[in-house]
Design a protein around this ligand. Structure first.
Ligand SMILES: [Fe+2]
Ligand SMILES: [Fe+2]
Length: 193
């Protein structure tokens, strides 16, 4: 049994694996490993970080129509409908994780909600750890990943700043729309020391 899920960690792994392609499940396991390391270094409950990491992409492979239905049924921000899977699997995914896996810990649910965009003030250490573990897990090989890992080992705050700056830069270069919350996250973290 874990404190955050009615079952063993292996039960949770099996439930997550059942809803994801093997490719994505392997990513989830690597995020779990990286989150464990960052949790230990930053005084976050390791079991809580492991559960959050295991469920963070639980809803990633759901259909657009399932997300759009949930946005309506759950009375979520109607503007969400204008975005896509990239935003939905976190924000709407948290609802799915709550309902299907009976995960009730608010810090875990918020970490899932925030894992693609980050957040401005109020991001818990757990949420920061999941945000960075998703970005830095050992399967990632974008240019600068080694520097990003080193920076994050020294300071979680500096790591978050690195990630949000580079993500916004990347989206601008692609001339892709930027979800407003990503800009809010950027404005907040560029000033954090
Ligand atoms: Fe994700
Ligand atoms: Fe992920």
């Amino acid at each position: 049994m874990t404190k955050y899920f009615d079952g063993t960690m292996m039960d949770l792994e099996a439930k997550v694996a059942a809803k994801l392609s093997d490719y994505r499940f392997q990513h989830v396991l690597r995020v779990r490993d990286y989150a464990r390391k960052l949790a230990m270094a930053n005084g976050v409950d390791v079991e809580q970080a492991e559960v959050a990491a295991l469920v963070h992409d639980y809803a990633k492979e759901r259909s657009n129509s399932e997300f759009l239905t949930l946005i309506r049924v759950k009375n979520l921000d109607p503007d969400l409908a204008n975005w896509g899977n990239y935003i939905w699997h976190g924000v709407v995914g948290a609802e799915i994780i709550h309902d299907e896996l009976n995960i009730q810990d608010n810090d875990i649910l918020n970490a899932v909600r925030e894992h693609t965009t980050g957040a401005a003030e109020g991001m818990t250490k757990l949420s920061q750890v999941i945000f960075m573990a998703d970005y830095l897990e050992l399967g990632r090989n974008f240019s600068g990943v080694d520097a990003a890992r080193r920076i994050t080992d020294e300071s979680l705050t500096a790591g978050i700043r690195y990630q949000i700056v580079h993500t916004v830069l990347h989206l601008v270069k692609k001339e892709t729309a930027i979800y407003p919350k990503s800009i809010t996250t950027y404005n907040y973290w560029i000033n954090q020391k």
